[in-house]
Unconditional design. Structure first.
Length: 696
């Protein structure tokens, strides 16, 4: 930003004062570019300024946040205190981290390549460097070709870009370096930022003040005319059903996604098909949100230690055993569904719950390191028969150590009761279980742990924490690029774990009124990730300001995934009943079409009838014949508003139909202006995009 230039974009005059340096750090880089503020001292009186605020939106200074930001920047440049309005929402700033060491002479930046600053690394949410080994900063000097682009490399790592992708970028290909050196440089950077001892830094839970506001009546998207969906509407959930190729993903799905991205929602995206994450990356780039994307991938730099996060997170209940039991119960139910178990049954509901509760109680009371490895080893070491000596358990490796530590730590009555119950379970109840029962109890638990502890899965979920679901509250978009078609059970389990933690984080976040940033949960092929908690979560999603968007081909996908019995139908119908917007594309599934037809309702169709009868006289006189009797009547017949077979005749979003996909859109709580009904037939344009060239 320049102050004192006669014309924005022209070389500054001598009175020009540089207030901000860098690549558009003074503006919202993810929304608008090329902003300039200039003061023309030669024309305006001394107490006046000429402000030019260019924006791609064509609607400059349209939000109160813009004015507050402008006031803050100008006051700061003149060493004046910030405006009171900004102070009212500003949190306690975190000390700014030390600047990465650079050469005494700044490197010359190539004309066509501009280093990107670290996203969201501002005084309000800067990383916590306290307690880190700052001597590692000196080691960065050993990689001058990387240090030259240090901020850009760090920015891309914080987005989840792998070292190989950074190395293959056009910028780094011009440098004399190797993949091994880029990888080593990246590792040093992340070692500085994130502790390796399991601690979750407070930075991961901090929500920066937003310069935006999202009132409930804000328009998000429209079906044409005055029929619009407000923020209040989209947070009541959306279900999109349509056959393969009908346009549910590329037409209506992307229409909703683009609308939410344009309104600066944060969000989480689950993936099923290979390449789906890459498509989302291109999509975010097409709406200028690429700098806020966070890639969660196996072998990537962004990781989340599940147990550390759940026990160190902010808010009440962080150390409650029941919350951890609930987390494992969700994952165990997912494993059961994947392998044919009914969702309402499974080992975890009775004996499984008991095992989990007593296992976690022991670890929480002992304050021992809580990891999947130690949990599995503890269960494996637990005695399977009653011990002759009451103290013999102390000699069992790991099992005895953890139990003894818990006994010494149980000083208050609450912990003492929990410990005595857990000790009785592991030394009396568990050993006396029938071998078949004990095997059934532990088999599913160990099978789940085996999946989570396999190779790169373990690194992603059991090492340091460099990202949490809370980042979506600052506008980040988490793409879980672990597609089910590539990774099978592991892909489902990991994404369901992230989804569950995201849902819980959304439910407990602090309400900031209109400044509470809305977030979305977008899941294509949603039947793969369904859990019982989804139904509970959707009941309060509106008050949590989260827009759930689920896509699938038909309702049979959900029924089959949940076991195919009556309980499966109850579970899905309960979830669907809490998704107040439903979009039905072309479909050949009879059950889905009948389900949709019933949802759109019925009406009394008028049916007219007429009859005629003649009376022939027996007389030979033709004048004795009576004229025929004619009767008319009108009745009504109850019929569907839309017959099931009409859904099969909807146009799909292909080239034959001009890439327009027809659909019936149903919404609870209001009627459409065009139809006077709770539904409307409309068409969605297919949204296409091109991949942007890589940059650093």
């Amino acid at each position: 930003m320049l102050v004192g230039s006669d014309t924005p974009g022209k070389p500054p005059k001598s009175q020009t004062k540089f207030i901000f340096n860098g690549d558009n750090v003074h503006g919202r880089a993810t929304v608008e570019r090329d902003r300039r503020i200039s003061i023309n001292k030669s024309i305006l009186p001394p107490d006046c300024v000429e402000v030019i605020w260019k924006a791609k939106s064509g609607n400059p200074l349209s939000q109160p946040g813009d004015l507050l930001l402008l006031a803050k920047r100008l006051r700061s440049s003149l060493n004046l205190p910030p405006p009171q309005e900004f102070e009212a929402v500003k949190q306690t700033p975190t000390p700014k981290p030390p600047t990465l060491p650079v050469k005494s002479t700044p490197p010359t930046v190539p004309a066509k390549v501009t280093p990107t600053p670290v996203p969201e690394t501002t005084p309000d949410n800067a990383p916590d460097w306290e307690g880190q080994d700052l001597s590692l900063l000196e080691k960065l000097k050993e990689y001058p070709e990387c240090q030259k682009w240090g901020m850009g490399i760090l920015s891309r790592m914080l987005q989840g870009m792998k070292p190989q992708e950074i190395f293959e970028s056009p910028t780094m290909q011009k440098e004399n370096t190797t993949l091994e050196r880029v990888t080593a440089y990246n590792n040093i950077l992340f070692t500085l930022l994130y502790p390796k001892d399991g601690r979750v830094i407070p930075e991961h839970f901090r929500i920066a003040p937003s310069e935006y506001e999202w009132p409930n009546d804000m328009t998000i998207w429209s079906a044409g005319g005055q029929d619009v969906w407000t923020l209040d509407d989209v947070t009541q959930g959306t279900l999109i059903l349509g056959a393969t190729g009908s346009g549910k993903s590329t037409c209506s799905g992307r229409t909703l996604a683009k609308a939410m991205l344009a309104k600066q929602f944060g969000g989480m995206i689950l993936t099923t098909k290979p390449g789906e994450g890459r498509e989302w990356g291109m999509f975010c780039d097409s709406v200028n949100r690429q700098d806020q994307v966070r890639w969660i991938r196996l072998g990537g730099p962004l990781k989340l230690n599940l147990l550390a996060y759940e026990t160190q997170r902010l808010g009440a209940g962080a150390h409650l055993t029941e919350n951890l039991v609930g987390f494992f119960r969700v994952l165990l139910s997912v494993m059961g569904q994947r392998h044919g178990q009914r969702a309402n049954e499974g080992f975890w509901q009775n004996a499984g719950n008991q095992l989990l509760r007593n296992l976690l109680d022991v670890f929480l009371i002992s304050k021992s390191p809580l990891s999947l490895d130690r949990l599995a080893d503890f269960v494996s070491a637990a005695p399977t028969k009653k011990l002759d000596d009451d103290e013999a358990w102390r000699e069992i490796p790991l099992f005895g150590d953890v139990l003894a530590t818990a006994q010494s730590n149980a000083t208050d009555p609450k912990d003492q009761r929990a410990f005595e119950k857990a000790k009785s379970y592991w030394l009396v109840d568990y050993p006396t279980l029938a071998p078949e029962t004990r095997s059934c109890v532990t088999f599913g638990f160990k099978a789940m742990l085996d999946v989570l502890r396999s190779r790169e899965i373990y690194e992603l979920l059991c090492s340091e924490t460099s990202i949490t679901p809370d980042c979506t509250f600052n506008g980040h978009i988490m793409i879980l690029d672990i597609p089910v078609k590539d990774y099978g059970d592991a892909g489902v389990l990991v994404q369901c774990a992230f989804k569950y933690l995201f849902q819980r984080a959304v439910e407990r976040r602090k309400d900031m009124g209109n400044q509470t940033r809305p977030v979305f949960l977008f899941i294509d092929e949603a039947q793969n990730f369904f859990t019982e908690y989804d139904t509970v979560f959707q009941q309060t999603a509106r008050s949590s300001r989260v827009a759930t968007v689920l896509l699938s081909q038909n309702v049979n996908n959900f029924y089959a995934h949940l076991g195919g019995d009556h309980n499966a139908r109850y579970l899905f119908d309960s979830l669907a009943g809490n998704l107040n917007t439903k979009i039905f594309h072309a479909n050949g599934d009879t059950l889905t079409n009948e389900w949709a037809s019933k949802m759109l309702g019925t009406w009394d169709r008028p049916v007219t009838s007429s009859s005629a009868s003649s009376h022939t006289s027996q007389s030979i006189n033709p004048f004795d014949n009576e004229p025929p009797t004619i009767g008319h009547g009108v009745t009504t017949r109850r019929e569907p508003m839309v017959f099931p077979d009409e859904f099969a005749r909807l146009r799909s979003g292909n080239s034959k139909n001009g890439f327009h996909a027809e659909a019936y859109v149903y919404r609870v709580g209001s009627v459409f202006e065009q139809t006077g009904q709770a539904f409307i037939k409309t068409a969605f344009q297919q949204i296409q995009f091109k991949e942007a060239p890589p940059r650093l």
